[in-house]
Design a protein around this ligand. Structure first.
Ligand code: FES
Length: 74
C-alpha cells in the first residue's frame, strides 16, 4: 500500500529486506527520519524511496502492511 502517494510521509510501503540490501540506493531523507524515530529498522526500507541499483533483492511485506485480499508467498 502507498497511502501517502509515494511521498515518504507514511510507512505503509515498508518492506523487510531479506537479502540484497547492498543493491539498494542510499537512505533518503524521509527514511533517515523514520530510522531516527525507530520506525524503520536497519533491515527495512520504504519501497517508494529505495531504488534497486544493481543485482537482486529479496523482500517481505511487513505484517502490518499486508492487505487482506492479497495472497503473499512465504
Ligand atoms: S508510500 Fe508513503 S512512505 Fe512510501
Amino acid at each position: 500500500m502507498h497511502a501517502c502517494g509515494k511521498k515518504g510521509r507514511c510507512i505503509t510501503c515498508k518492506i523487510i529486506v531479506l537479502s540484497g540490501m547492498e543493491n539498494l540506493s542510499p537512505l533518503t531523507e524521509p527514511e533517515e527520519i523514520y530510522r531516527d524515530l525507530g520506525k524503520l529498522k536497519p533491515n527495512e526500507r520504504l519501497s517508494c524511496q529505495a531504488k534497486i541499483m544493481d543485482g537482486e533483492l529479496t523482500v517481505r511485506v511487513a505484517e502490518e502492511n499486508k492487505l487482506p485480499h492479497i495472497h503473499y508467498s512465504e
